[in-house]
Design a protein around this ligand. Structure first.
Ligand SMILES: C[S@@+](CC[C@H](N)C(=O)[O-])C[C@H]1O[C@@H](n2cnc3c(N)ncnc32)[C@H](O)[C@@H]1O
Length: 438
């Protein structure tokens, strides 16, 4: 399914890459909400068509169009677009500027219905210069007319398809028109957030005025904090932007090291829309955030943990190598194992081995002994371990209760995953006892 508007920053070129990160973040066994707080034309959203989603943009004109398409009024919208197309074909210039001037009228926007406003928005988007949504300091749309020979103003089929998807009873698509943080703050454990904020530009003269007030570097700093918080609640976050030094530093050099961000730079051909205009090559960056301290991460295999700790330090920052070393396929799994290292106090928040790890990591027996002792000192493991020793069984329900009591807001599926790690680590302790190697 494709967007119904052309939008600056549309993500077609790096769609596959973004999709890879989204796929990596999804837990196939549990349901999750897909959240896109800077929706724009929604290239990624429409490409994925998630069944549970929260979509948001601060642009009220744009979001009104989404709401109308979702509602029963979408047929009226199609009729209104047909009328615009006819009138435009008759006299493009006059008609374009007449419709553009609606937001200069007394009483705007309430003097036009939601359907009329949505039709105007789509019509202007289809016929204006490069599909550029630009407003002046009074919030009035001021992009000049574009020079298209035969613009598609009413794509009946696409709008109908989008309506069917957004309004289907099988789907839950919540549409919001707030600032991004309201949407991100709704994310919880296991949810996946794709974040495509207005571009940062190295020289500050680029195009960032989607809204009257551009997106400033301060906004980026706040956005980063909001992402950190969501990740700490267990959500997975993918952020894409221009690869400017400022933005990369912001994500790379976090003084608090609350979150690990994987930084991936990608070369692209860039223009302000997908339709041409000025194109130049550039670099985009995708940040993929992972929590640094999931309590009892899903990292069941103690051998993988041992392999990671015994590898050279570069493995901690090279996702590809980490996948090879521990034999997993996805960054998500690497993230879980890195979390386990943090939990066991072998990793610092800036992704280096701790002194504790360095003192023992060339000696497998010493390493196993340290892990074993750490688990024994931890009641979450000690209690199931003692029962296991007595009757050869682990009471998994007890473990789940313990985790749920300690984390009342945790989703049941997460509790189950965490409990399976505890079980696996307790079984590993028992194996160590049997091998008698310590
Ligand atoms: C780079 S565009 C997103 C493009 C989108 N990925 C696409 O496929 O078309 C950024 C969007 O962020 C919106 N925006 C700007 N400031 C915002 C804010 N504070 N909260 C939410 N949305 C905002 C703009 O209206 C614009 O649509």
């Amino acid at each position: 399914m494709k967007p119904f508007v052309k939008w600056a920053g549309g993500k077609r070129q790096i769609l596959d890459k973004i999709n890879e990160f989204i796929e990596d973040s999804i837990d196939k066994d549990s349901s999750f909400t897909y959240i896109e707080p800077f929706l724009g034309g929604g290239a990624v959203f429409f490409n994925r068509m998630p069944s549970k989603a929260i979509i948001n943009d601060l642009n009220v004109d744009l979001i009104n169009a989404y709401e109308v398409i979702k509602s029963d009024k979408y047929l009226e919208l199609i009729d209104a677009l047909d009328r615009h197309a006819n009138a435009y074909n008759h006299d493009p210039d006059d008609y374009y500027y007449e419709i553009r001037s609606w937001d200069r009228e007394e009483g705007w926007p309430d003097n036009h219905s939601a359907v009329e406003r949505a039709a105007r928005m789509i019509f202007l988007n289809r016929t204006c210069y490069n599909g550029l949504y630009r407003v002046n300091s009074k919030g009035q749309f001021n992009t000049p007319i574009g020079r298209y020979r035969n613009p598609t103003i009413c794509d009946r089929e696409n709008i109908t398809e989008i309506h069917n998807y957004l309004s289907s009873k099988d789907n839950q698509i919540e549409i919001m028109k707030d600032s991004y943080e309201f949407a991100i703050n709704k994310a919880g454990d296991g949810d996946v957030i794709y974040i495509d904020p207005p571009y940062d530009y190295e020289d500050d003269d680029g195009f960032t005025k989607y809204q009257m007030k551009g997106f400033t570097f301060d906004d980026f700093t706040k956005l980063k904090q909001t992402c950190d918080e969501a990740i700490n609640r267990g959500a997975f976050v993918i952020v894409s932007n221009n690869a400017t030094t400022k933005v990369i530093n912001l994500f790379e050099q976090d003084p608090h090291y609350k979150i690990f961000y994987d930084i991936n730079q990608i070369s692209t051909l860039r223009s302000i829309n997908c339709n041409g205009g000025k194109r130049k090559s550039g670099k985009e960056v995708i940040f993929w955030g992972m929590p640094n301290s999931i309590p009892f991460p899903q990292a069941n295999d103690m051998d993988k943990i041992i392999k990671l700790v015994m590898s050279d330090e570069s493995v901690l920052t090279d996702k590809q190598r980490a996948c090879e070393v521990i034999g997993v396929n996805t960054s998500r799994q690497v993230a879980y194992y890195l979390s386990a290292l943090l939990y066991l106090k072998y990793l610092t928040h800036d992704k280096k081995f701790t002194d504790r790890a360095n003192a023992i990591r060339t000696n497998e027996v010493a390493l196993k002994k340290d892990i074993y002792n750490q688990l024994k000192e931890n009641d979450m493991f000690l209690e199931p371990y003692n029962t296991y020793k007595v009757n050869g069984k682990i009471n998994i329900e007890n473990i789940k209760k313990k985790i749920a009591n300690a984390n009342p807001k945790m989703a049941e599926s997460t509790v189950n995953r965490r409990s399976s790690t505890i079980r696996a680590w307790v079984e590993w302790m028992y194996l160590i006892d049997k091998e008698n190697i310590l």
